[in-house]
Ligand binder design. Structure first.
Ligand code: URA
Length: 431
């Protein structure tokens, strides 16, 4: 078998066999198939798609590329969550401590930024000292002792996904339903989840721009979950505008801290409570969503969710003094408030443009090896449907470079579209 033939077969719309997929994935992980061939293959998959059978085979090949974490005896039920990626999506920082504070232990392995969408790991590294590279023994021990873990994908779990994810980020091959489904599900299966809540984002700032494609991705992931014996539910949530106000690594951590302390933007708080309620139900801690929601609200109100976040950061060697005094996070060099150029109702705050502008400021990567700048990003002050008066603050730019700041100003101004007539707010969830 030759990698070239497999690329050509996919280029010519062929259906790959399980043997071909296994050969390709194993060759990639062993370093026998180079990045350039895998990039060409990924582009052929993006353009020509894969059948559900090929996607399932790809998922299982990626799972078999490494170990599978066995959490039996560590937790009674291993519940995991994953977002398909969006702009301003810092949900994990709130949902994990909330459900853990409600008595549902949760351990999660997260990824880095992908394309215009931010990554939990990059955001976590804003907290000085925080270790994102726990090994699987440390993962299990912390989950048992503290009931909460948030780390990077262990190198020995689904290593094929880790390598492919980094390649896709810089080769324009992210928005492919089979590649996203297999990436997400291989990680979740390898990390030992028995029950999985997937937050599938839909809209301009998501990889799935239409409800139809988001449903297709969800159906595929639910099917893969069933085949692998994992209970999987998908929530379809809006990603036409950024979630919450903050976009950028440190800024998002700050917004999550605020939300855990009972503040935070209404849309973000509501989103987190809803995802938490689903996790509490699927994790058998709440009998229904109403009860799950009440439990989640309670642990935010009584401070135990924030306390759980402190426990997490401390357990992973992060400096908790930054959580207690968020003014310690180093600010960006240049902070500029940009005012509304006119009055009206906001009909669009284009999440994709904001995400791309944030990457250009340095919050994400253009090349695999690029470092990220934690301090840069935006606070987007308004949501779709808001009435805004000329001259009031529209967004704030946090930049470390004047030229990038100039460019970002234009892009994010253009992302805001005004209407003469009232516009309804966007829903948080579609299904
Ligand atoms: N999240 C993932 O883990 N993988 C993808 O491909 C997209 C979003």
């Amino acid at each position: 078998m030759r990698a070239t033939d497999i690329i050509i077969k996919k280029r010519d719309h062929g259906e790959l066999t399980q043997e071909e997929i296994n050969f390709f994935v194993q060759g990639f992980v062993k370093g026998e198939i180079p990045d350039y061939q895998v990039s060409a293959w990924a582009m052929a998959v993006l353009l020509n798609g894969m059948t559900p059978q090929e996607t399932t085979d790809l998922t299982l090949a990626m799972v078999s590329s490494g170990r599978i974490l066995d959490l039996t005896g560590v937790v009674d039920i291993a519940v995991d969550k994953h977002s398909s990626g969006g702009v301003g999506d810092k949900t994990t920082f709130v949902v994990l401590p909330v459900v853990a504070a409600c008595g549902l232990p949760v351990g999660k392995m997260s990824g880095r930024g992908l394309g215009f969408s931010g990554g939990t790991l990059d955001k976590l590294e804003s907290i000085p000292g925080y270790r994102i590279n726990l090994n699987t023994d440390e993962f299990k021990q912390q989950l048992k002792e503290k009931g909460i873990v948030l780390t990077g994908q262990s190198l020995d779990l689904a290593p094929a996904d880790g390598k492919l994810y980094a390649l896709r980020d810089v080769t324009g091959t992210v928005p492919s339903i089979p590649l996203i489904a297999s990436s997400i599900m291989s990680k979740k299966i390898a990390a030992g989840a028995n029950a999985i809540v997937l937050d599938v984002k839909v809209g301009r700032g998501a990889f799935m721009e239409t409800l139809e494609s988001a449903r297709e991705l969800s159906d595929l992931m639910i099917k893969i979950g069933e085949l692998a014996g994992r209970k999987t539910i998908c929530l379809l949530s809006d990603m036409n505008q950024p979630l919450g106000h903050a976009v950028g690594n440190t800024l998002e951590v700050l917004e999550a801290i605020d939300t855990l302390k009972g503040g935070g933007p209404a849309d973000f708080r509501e989103h987190c409570l809803h995802v938490s309620a689903h996790m509490l139900v699927i994790g058998r801690r709440a009998k229904d969503l109403d009860e799950g929601r009440r439990m989640a609200e309670r642990v935010v109100a009584d401070g135990s969710a924030f306390e759980k976040f402190r426990v997490l950061v401390q357990a992973q060697s992060g400096d908790v003094s930054y959580l207690d005094d968020p003014s310690k996070f180093p600010p960006a060099k240049f902070i500029e408030v940009v005012n509304a150029p006119r009055s009206g109702w906001l009909s669009q705050v284009d999440a994709r443009s904001v995400g791309e502008a944030s990457v250009s400021l340095g919050a994400g990567r253009a090349k695999k090896s690029d470092p990220v700048d934690h301090a840069v990003g935006f606070i987007i002050h308004h949501k779709v449907g808001d009435r805004v008066e000329k001259g009031e603050p529209l967004f704030t730019i946090y930049a470390d470079d004047r030229a990038k700041q100039e460019e970002a100003r234009g892009r994010v101004l253009a992302a805001h579209v005004f209407s003469e007539v009232a516009v309804p707010p966007l829903p948080l969830f579609y299904d």
